[in-house]
Design a protein around this ligand. Structure first.
Ligand code: SF4
Ligand code: SF4
Length: 134
């Protein structure tokens, strides 16, 4: 990924937050991290919509996270007790934490990041069978 692409991903982090009508990155469910040095660039961290049963949903003790039909998960924040197990269970670190409310932030697969990205770094695909991340 080039430097401009990295900037674009920063843009989509902000775009994600705007779905709540907010600025900043506080509620964003897409982040970037260094791939390990300037030459290696950056990686996008965003939910990959695991196949049922998703690792994050599997560990939730109160069924606040549930696998969606076929792929991905939904979060019922009213049920969530803020234990943080889902954060540890996601193999790619795509469960982010809302420290203000002590609850996870989970991607809702709205696709606003993909629409906003001027460099086509991200794409939202309809999945027929789901995918497993490892
Ligand atoms: S385990 Fe991670 S990548 Fe898989 S559905 Fe849950 S949040 Fe998304
Ligand atoms: S933090 Fe909430 S959603 Fe995550 S495992 Fe604990 S109760 Fe479930």
């Amino acid at each position: 990924m080039t430097a401009s692409a990295a900037l674009a991903v920063n843009c989509v982090c902000f775009a994600c937050n705007m779905r709540f009508g907010m600025g900043g990155l506080g509620k964003s469910t897409i982040h970037i991290k260094s791939a390990g040095g300037v030459e290696r660039g950056f990686v996008v961290v965003v939910c990959r919509a695991c196949k049922d049963p998703a690792p994050c949903a599997r560990v939730c003790p109160v069924d606040a996270l549930e696998s969606r039909k076929g792929y991905g998960v939904t979060l019922d924040k009213d049920k969530c007790i803020g234990c943080g197990r889902c954060v540890e269970a996601c193999p790619i670190g795509a469960v982010f934490w809302d420290a203000e409310n002590n609850k996870p932030e989970i991607c809702v697969y709205c696709g606003i990041c993909a629409k906003y990205c001027p460099y086509d770094v991200i794409e939202l695909e309809e999945m027929k069978t789901g995918s497993e991340v490892s």
